[in-house]
Structure formats: structure tokens, C-alpha cells
Design a protein around this ligand. Structure first.
Ligand code: ADP
Length: 244
């Protein structure tokens, strides 16, 4: 069964006279363990899709099924459990709290979702080793490099062992070296998580994604396994995009 199934998803902004269709009937499925890359030009709806799946914004219409449950039907404690435990979300801009240390930032979701302290500490230890961030745990975000902050954000998204990890342009603000390190990390995460990544970096998507969905104007133009996407894109829009 697909872990994430999106059906006819719409998100409209504005009013009838001046409407932006950020998502205009998107359908797609993600299988457990899949690494899906979402590509498309700026403004094509990629971030809006992740925001809807993370339940940060409410769609205008359509369905988002996670493990068969329509997340639009969730309320109160169930919704908070979904946001806090089932989805790991890395927003486009680093969103670490400046007055908390690395350790406190990572543990924040666990504190909010009332995990046992001992379990949290164990998790923190594992993630810090795995992501090689032991030396920044006691530093504040202003004392960290962009790459360290990004790894910390990934650690925070992973604390709750999410069923789906959503990553919005995880390397866009990083220099080449830090970006390469995050890419290595993503290749390892691929073994353990179901991942949906939004990226404009063609070369990187080519190296890491199993499948690619291409968006334009709030619509999914085509979805292909990565090899076919790069070698034989079908739609003119995709061909144009790949030409750069
Ligand atoms: P992408 O991530 O592909 O660059 P977005 O999902 O950010 O695209 O945006 C898709 C479209 O929706 C754009 O035209 C954008 O201007 C519009 N949009 C996004 N968020 C809002 C908002 N809060 N209010 C109005 N329009 C928005």
C-alpha cells in the first residue's frame, strides 16, 4: 500500500476575480521506502504541496491519505499527533530557535509531544552521532555554519521517527561542500525513511531520487522513475525545463 496518496488536491489563494491556483488538482502516490523528488519552476506549487501534506496549511479541496487515513479528517489530539509524530518536515529556511542550544532545538518536538525524557536523550545521542553534530549540541544557532544548522534541522525532523520525511530545498542555502555532505546524508537516510524532497538542483535530484514528479502551474505534468525522467521526458514542459 502507498504510504502517501494524494488525490485531486487543490489550494487556491485570493478571490474569484484574482485567484492563484497554487495547486490545481494534484494526484500522486508515494510508496513506503520511496525517495520522490519534486521538481518544477518557481511558483509551480511544490512548497504548497509539502505544506498541505504537513498539515501546515489547509487545502481548498481533494484528499491526502497517509497510511490510508485522510488527514483532513483529523482534529485535536489526533491532528497534533499526526503533525508531531508521523511527519518530519524540513522547511525551506532554517527555522531554529536562536535562544535555544542545538540540543534544545533538537529535543523541542519531543518535549512538545511529551516523550519520556530518557527516550529523548537516547534518540538525541543516536541522531547526533549519525548526523555528526555532537560538537554543536551545546552551541547556539548563531555559532553554527549553514551546513551544521541544516543537519540540526534534519535531526529535529527525525526525532519523532516520522513515517514520511518532507524536505524543502535542503541544500539551497548551502555552499558546495556543505551541500555535498547533506547529499551524502540523504543517501543514507534513503535506506531508512520514505522521503519527499523538493529541489531545483537537477544534478542532485539525478543522483538521489528514485522517482521524479514534475510540476507546472499547480499541476503535476508527469511522474517517472528517475532514469526515464532524465533520459526520456515525455512532456514539452519537462523537456524545456531540463534544457535549463
Ligand atoms: P514553489 O514552491 O513551486 O516555488 P509555491 O508553492 O511556493 O511554489 O507557490 C505556488 C503559487 O502559490 C505561487 O504563485 C505563489 O505566489 C502562490 N502562493 C503561495 N503561498 C501563497 C499565499 N500565502 N498567498 C497567496 N499566494 C500564495
Amino acid at each position: 500500500m502507498s504510504i502517501l496518496k494524494i488525490e485531486s488536491l487543490c489550494k487556491y489563494y485570493g478571490n474569484k476575480k484574482n485567484e492563484t491556483k497554487a495547486l490545481d488538482g494534484i494526484s500522486l502516490e508515494v510508496q513506503t521506502g520511496e525517495f520522490l523528488g519534486i521538481m518544477g519552476s518557481s511558483g509551480s506549487g511544490k512548497s504548497t504541496l509539502l505544506n498541505c501534506v504537513a498539515s501546515v496549511i489547509r487545502p481548498t479541496g481533494g484528499q491526502i491519505l497517509v497510511n490510508g487515513t485522510d488527514i483532513r479528517s483529523l482534529k485535536g489530539a489526533e491532528l497534533s499527533d499526526y503533525r508531531g509524530r508521523q511527519i518530519g518536515y524540513l522547511f525551506q529556511n532554517f527555522e531554529l530557535l536562536e535562544n535555544l542550544t542545538g540540543r534544545e532545538n533538537i529535543l523541542l518536538p519531543l518535549a512538545l509531544h511529551k516523550y519520556e525524557e530518557k527516550k529523548g536523550e537516547q534518540k538525541l545521542k543516536e541522531l547526533a552521532e549519525y548526523l555528526e553534530i555532537q560538537d554543536v549540541l551545546d552551541k547556539f544557532p548563531t555559532q553554527m555554519s549553514g551546513g551544521q544548522k541544516q543537519r540540526l534541522c534534519i535531526a529535529r525532523a527525525l526525532t519523532v521517527e516520522p513515517k514520511v520525511l518532507l524536505l524543502d530545498e535542503p541544500c539551497s542555502a548551502l555552499d558546495v561542500k556543505a551541500s555535498a555532505k547533506i547529499e551524502e546524508l540523504l543517501k543514507n537516510l534513503k535506506e531508512r525513511y520514505t522521503i519527499v524532497i523538493v529541489t531545483h538542483n537537477l544534478a542532485q535530484a539525478k543522483r538521489i531520487a528514485d522517482d521524479v514528479a514534475f510540476f507546472q502551474n499547480g499541476r503535476r505534468v508527469e511522474t517517472k522513475d528517475a532514469e526515464t525522467f532524465w533520459e526520456k521526458p515525455e512532456c514539452e514542459e519537462t523537456k524545456e525545463f531540463l534544457k535549463g
